[in-house]
Design a protein around this ligand. Structure first.
Ligand SMILES: [Zn+2]
Length: 357
């Protein structure tokens, strides 16, 4: 499998394992705990969270609006299912495409007749394989599919990556001891991938600027592009009436951001895109990042500060004459405690090159 996708996938798996280990509470810790604390822990939470929905376990954000923010499954996805129509933002890994489609179809109460289409609109936030992997299953049956114009040739060129990802899906799931409900979808993706062509995964409609407005089942959404940031094809999806923003990979919440010079990533452009995205928000906005937990607008502020601090720190070292090999090994306070440590040097290297160009 090509390097980039494998890297992100491995990172996700590692993040998952770390998380599960930390999440476990040793019995000795329980025994040592004061009864009052233990009592509080055993009481039911005051506000009951709705149960996860579908085979993938979607979290309900508002009526008819669902999201998944789970590091083991690739980029975070948003699903709107309202009045017999659905909107999907991003499609995770190839072997999850069928499960996503299954959940979308069930939520809009539609069957999926062979060679027919359901009222499903797809938007890709950008071309990276952990956000477009399920495209080959979803694009052909979608009634409309959108990505930025710069994303289309990049998605087209990733065919082999999608096929390999689909073929590896069943063994990936088995190795990760993932929910067995996903296995039939992974097996059928592996089989279907034999017939995928260059065009199968490519969305049909190109977006170039900001302000494309759609109405899906009575829910309004606006698609925006603010220039090169994480890639040269980032789209930000805004649901103004519901105060929800999907930032794509412009935001990595609690994680080092993945920096991709081959897709014209730019730290300065990234900050500008984040500032424009922040203008869509107020204090109550729900922000779905590309990776990491769903949060509020503070995660956009934190991501802006990360890049401002990174640029300033690297600039200082450049002015001191510190060699690049030493700078990429450095770490600063603003980087403390972030996940995806394995890509820290990568982003320092990329921003160093941008500042030195
Ligand atoms: Zn990405």
């Amino acid at each position: 499998m090509p390097t980039r996708q494998t890297t992100m996938h491995d990172l996700n798996r590692r993040a998952f394992l770390t998380h599960t280990t930390r999440g476990g509470l040793a019995l000795s810790a329980l025994a040592a705990m004061p009864m009052s604390t233990l009592g509080r822990m055993l009481q039911p939470a005051a506000k009951e969270e709705p149960l996860p929905v579908g085979v993938l376990g979607w979290k309900t954000l508002q009526k008819d609006i669902y999201a998944i923010a789970d590091q083991t499954m690739g980029g975070n996805t948003l699903l709107v299912a309202s009045q017999g129509q659905a909107l999907l933002v991003d499609t995770k890994y190839p072997y999850l495409g069928g499960a996503i489609l299954n959940d979308a179809a069930n939520l809009i109460n539609a069957d999926i007749p062979a060679n027919d289409s359901i009222e499903l609109t797809l938007i890709n936030t950008h071309h990276h394989g952990d956000h477009t992997g399920g495209n080959a299953i979803i694009v052909p049956i979608a009634s409309a599919s959108y990505a930025h114009a710069n994303a289309l040739p990049r998605i087209k060129s990733q065919l082999e990556r999608y096929v390999q990802g689909a073929k590896a899906g069943p063994s990936e799931l088995a190795r990760n001891e993932a929910d067995e409900k996903l296995m039939p979808f992974a097996k059928s993706a592996a089989e279907a991938s034999k017939a995928w062509t260059e065009k199968t995964a490519v969305p049909k409609i190109a977006i170039s600027g900001s302000g494309t407005t759609l109405s899906i089942g009575g829910i309004t959404l606006v698609i925006n592009h603010y220039g090169s940031g994480h890639t040269d094809n980032d789209l930000v999806i805004h649901l103004p009436d519901h105060n929800i923003v999907h930032t794509g990979d412009l935001v990595f919440n609690g994680l080092h951001p993945y920096f991709d010079p081959s897709a014209n990533a730019s730290a300065n452009g990234w900050i500008e895109s984040l500032r424009q995205t922040r203008k869509l928000c107020n204090a109550e906005t729900t922000v779905i990042p590309g990776h990491g937990p769903i949060a509020g607008p503070e995660v956009i502020d934190t991501q802006i500060k990360y890049f401002e601090s990174l640029i300033a720190s690297i600039q200082t070292e450049i002015e001191k004459g510190t060699p690049k090999e030493e700078i990429v090994e450095m770490s600063w306070e603003f980087m403390n405690g972030l996940g995806f440590e394995q890509i820290r040097s990568r982003i320092i290297s990329g921003v160093y090159d941008e500042l030195s160009a």
